[in-house]
Design a protein around this ligand. Structure first.
Ligand SMILES: *Cc1c(COP(=O)(O)O)cnc(C)c1O
Length: 228
């Protein structure tokens, strides 16, 4: 059976999350998004069978290809950069975590309006300022929050961020706390539904939960080393 140790790995992950909630945490509930990128479609089925209901992919084409191969009704999350000419392809996604620029949010909003139902998205913020990472600069979020109020094709559900690889704990807290502050900015501007905080990956999800994460995006800690 593929991924046969997934149930045990997931139990360990849930234990780490519960401890982080007890230590820090903000009374939030935490959803595990199983990141199946580069694994086969059998990872999606294994996730469902282990009790997971949310699956994340960072490329829309790869997600759609896998979705055609499985018959389990997981919720699909897009966690990687989306090209503007592909916004129609996110139609059946539960949540797009990677609305990372004004141009992309405009394109997503146009599609949401055209189909007559808003798209649920998170604003991706680049708190660390690393050039290799996409996303809004936190200083731009207040102005963007005002602008987004005028786009009826989107429902802003919160914020997503990524910490630098191998960051120390102090840096993680600065980055995750910065993302949390961006969520507060969105709500203060009138985006009442902006309550989700997508942050934390295999190496840093305990600190992310302590800092308020509601969605943790986990790949290798659940499925083992990714195939190249
Ligand atoms: C790959 C990926 C993850 C999961 O990474 P792991 O370290 O394997 O848990 C989370 N978020 C994003 C945006 C990713 O691309």
């Amino acid at each position: 059976m593929p991924f046969q140790d997934l149930p045990d790995r997931l139990a360990d992950v849930r234990g780490v999350i519960a401890q982080a909630q007890a230590r820090g945490g903000r009374g939030q509930s935490v959803t595990v998004v199983a990141v199946t990128k580069t694994y086969g479609a059998d990872a999606v089925t294994a996730a469902w069978n282990a009790g997971l209901r949310d699956v994340g992919e960072n490329r829309v084409q790869e997600a759609l290809a896998k979705r055609a191969l499985v018959d389990v009704p997981v919720r699909w999350h897009l966690i990687g950069h989306l090209q503007r000419n592909k916004v129609k392809q996110v139609d059946d996604f539960h949540l797009v975590h990677s609305a990372d620029s004004a141009r992309l949010t405009d394109a997503l909003a146009a599609h949401g309006e055209a189909r007559g139902r808003p798209l649920d998205v998170l604003l991706q913020v680049n708190v660390s300022g690393e050039g290799s990472k996409g996303g809004y600069v936190p200083a731009d979020v207040p102005r963007e929050a005002e602008r987004l109020l005028t786009l009826r094709g989107l429902c802003i559900r919160g914020v997503m961020t990524m910490a630098p690889f191998d960051a120390d704990e102090r840096t993680l807290r600065v980055v995750f706390g910065g993302a949390r502050a961006c969520g507060e900015t969105l709500r203060a501007a009138g985006h009442a539904s902006a309550t989700e905080l997508s942050m934390g990956m295999s190496g840093d999800f305990a600190v992310a939960v302590e800092e308020g994460a509601t969605l943790v995006r986990l790949g290798t800690v659940l499925f083992g080393a990714r195939p190249a």
